[in-house]
Write a protein that binds this ligand. Structure first.
Ligand code: MTE
Ligand code: MO
Length: 319
């Protein structure tokens, strides 16, 4: 993970690139709207990208923050998704034609229900909720994102894991043809992440399928990605194709790549600095070039809901 200079953010350039709608985009909008999750009809005025259909039956959540969400522009053009390139605007540039249908999710390991499920069938049993969460990247920037997603705890319970299932592991699609970053060796592909079963059944984590009430943009991890708001952003694995219930702690991508810098737990902690920079403060994307950094909160401000999970853990060692 690299730190980008503020000068790398170019909202003015991005705006002009977004304001086109070619024939293929139009056809894709039709194809997406045909999915069972979705309604046809008017697009939300706050979302300029007309390819992203509106999600139906989304309820509000008591877990949402009332902090102002970042703009759709910020959320969908300033991304980390190394499969599509290393610069913050690469995922926006390179993921436009990424195919997210048909899409299957394989569930395996220590659970009663396993198998390979079509994306729509996978999501259908669960309630769609809007969850407005802070996201704190380990690189010391942050955003507030109005996700739409399903409760990971509900998903885990649905597959009926056995007592052997101590962890939940996730994998991203690994497609050299569609993902230019996978042809490079920035990470050992596929991107992998994992949680303990206690973390995965906490009420906060979601599998997100939308942003701002609409289908999630490709560059944010379409069609389905993990969001764990009290952990550094890299735990939020994108474009998930596999979920495994394991008895052993799974290997996770950034821990494999640089174990001295990125741990398995990766709980947001302003008191434990990254070896190369402080984690005490963060730059809120969209706050303006002259805004001062804000203080980073323990567990990203979600301590009341999650601190109990770590009462027997040394948080300085298990960062
Ligand atoms: N598959 C995959 N998932 C990923 C990443 C990635 O490179 N590949 N980057 C992570 C990092 S470092 C962050 S901060 C978040 C960024 O999510 P966003 O672009 O939707 O804000 O995605 C995470 N999930
Ligand atoms: Mo990140």
């Amino acid at each position: 993970m690299l730190i980008r200079k503020a000068a790398d953010i170019r909202p003015s350039e991005i705006t002009s690139e977004r304001n086109y709608l070619n024939r293929r985009d139009f056809m894709r909008a039709g194809a997406i709207a045909g999915g069972t999750l979705l309604t046809s009809g008017a697009m939300s005025a706050v979302v300029p990208d007309t390819r992203l259909a509106k999600l139906a039956n989304v309820s509000k959540s008591a877990h949402s923050t009332n902090e102002a969400p970042n703009s759709f522009e910020d959320i969908s053009t300033y991304n980390n998704f190394y499969e599509f390139g290393l610069n913050k605007d690469d995922p926006f540039e390179n993921a436009q034609d990424f195919r997210t249908r048909p899409w299957t999710i394989e569930v395996d390991g220590h659970a009663e229900k396993t198998g390979t499920f079509d994306f729509d069938d996978f999501v259908k049993p669960f309630d769609l909720e809007e969850r407005i969460y802070r996201m704190r990247c380990v690189e010391a920037w942050s955003m507030v994102i109005p996700w739409v997603g399903i409760s990971l705890a509900d998903v885990v319970k649905h597959f009926k894991p056995s007592s052997k299932a101590q962890y939940v592991a996730f994998e991203t699609l690994n497609d050299r043809e569609q993902m230019p970053g996978v042809r490079g060796r920035a990470l050992d592909w596929p991107y992998r992440e994992g949680l303990t079963i206690a973390e995965a059944t906490n009420p906060l984590p979601i599998l997100a399928v939308g942003i701002y009430g609409n289908v999630i943009p490709n560059q944010n991890g379409a069609p389905i990605r993990l969001v764990v708001p009290w952990k550094y952003g890299f735990k939020g694995i994108k474009s998930i194709v596999k979920i495994s219930f394991t008895s052993r702690r799974p290997k996770t991508s950034w821990n494999m790549a640089i174990p001295g810098e990125y741990g398995f737990y990766a709980n947001v902690n302003p008191e434990v600095n990254h070896p190369r920079w402080s984690q005490a403060r963060e730059r809120r994307i969209g706050a303006g070039l002259f805004a001062s950094k804000q203080e980073t909160l323990m567990f990203n401000g979600y301590g009341e809901q999650v601190a109990h999970l770590y009462k027997d853990l040394n948080l300085r060692r298990n960062y």
